[in-house]
Design a protein around this ligand. Sequence first.
Ligand SMILES: O=C(O)CCC(=O)C(=O)O
Ligand SMILES: [Fe+2]
Length: 416
Amino acid sequence: MSSPPTLPCLFHATRDYSDINRIDSLDIPPAYTHFLERYLEPNLPVLIGPALTAQWRARQQWVCPDTGKPNFDNLREQLCTEKPIQVPVADCQCKDFTDQKRSTMDLKEFLDEWEEHSQSGVPSRTYLKDFHFVKTFPAYGAYETPGIFCDDWMNEFWTRRRDMDDDYRFVYCGGDGTFTPFHADVYRSYSWSANICGVKKWTLFPPNQEHLFQDQLHNTVYDIENVDPVQFPNFHKAKRFTIYQQPGHTLFVPSGWWHQVHNIGDTISINHNWCNGSNLDLLVESMTLDLKEVEREIDHLKEMMDQDEWIETCQKLLLLNSGWDWSTLWNMCSTIRERVKKQQLGEEVSLVTTVGTVLQDGIEVKRIAPSFPPPLVSQQPPLELTLRRVDAVLDFIRSDPSAVWFLQHIKDLKLQ
Ligand SMILES: O=C(O)CCC(=O)C(=O)O
Ligand SMILES: [Fe+2]
């Protein structure tokens, strides 16, 4: 057996969604402890008013104040250079397995086409999504991650990694009618999504109802507005909440909440996927399930392999399918542990963010700067709590029968 024992409740958290009958909406951004206790820990969504984003360059320069529409001229002037910039786009009218058909196009072409559609009123089907904006324009400063979202282990770890250049910070741009089909976010991460202009219609489904949106072959509903009642006879029973997110407002989307998003009018949004000590157990659970799935799929090959080979193959496939494996999780937790230990000793730590790419000795390296000034560092849960949870997960991984193998094979990551 190479998957960990069934996950006990790693942390204290009891999450109960049965009594929820509305989604909170706050005019004033919450204090960190309030956000932690009321939303992060119980894993509940919250909509936060525009004060959180009012100072952002994106809010001030990407939108025409008189019409509320995207400022196409500014966007082109500020983001499009001679050098074409390829951006990822989805075709909202073309389903591709559980997602939309994806491709890339030049940013300027996208903006020109989008503006044409916007002016003519002919609906556009091209949705710019999952665009790594900060990575592409490190020095632009379109926004600042709000303090309540700064305890973000995924972006902290990925930014410190030197072996790959990736992050989970995105910009989305789409015309009226573009949409994101029904899904839950990768690895059960949280997301926050700040709306720059336009309106987003969110339909959110609390966890533990997945059986209502899957058929017997484990196919999942693609578009909640077009559900085949024969294939998914119980879908209508699923509890859901609809939110209209106005310009400037930010939605916190908790872990494992399925959702579908429709853009009303021309819409631009900024979102991050992230995790921390409050949803780490859900991440581990999701990875455990993914690993089980991999093992099931290649079960017929097990007899032909020795145990090391089997474990290695499963981990490689897990990485390929889900983008993570046990060593990624191990390394992320160890990185956070090291940082917390330093904080406990009163050492100065830089909670990093990439602010630019510079050439050093002819080699491109990331330039790192503290992501927030000292006062915001206190916008973290108590350090002991973080440490307890990281240690619980590290112990949990160690208890995996395959741990002996993968702990020997973990690459010593170079971090900055
Ligand atoms: O804005 C969208 O179209 C999708 C955003 C989303 O799914 C998310 O933030 O988790
Ligand atoms: Fe999502």
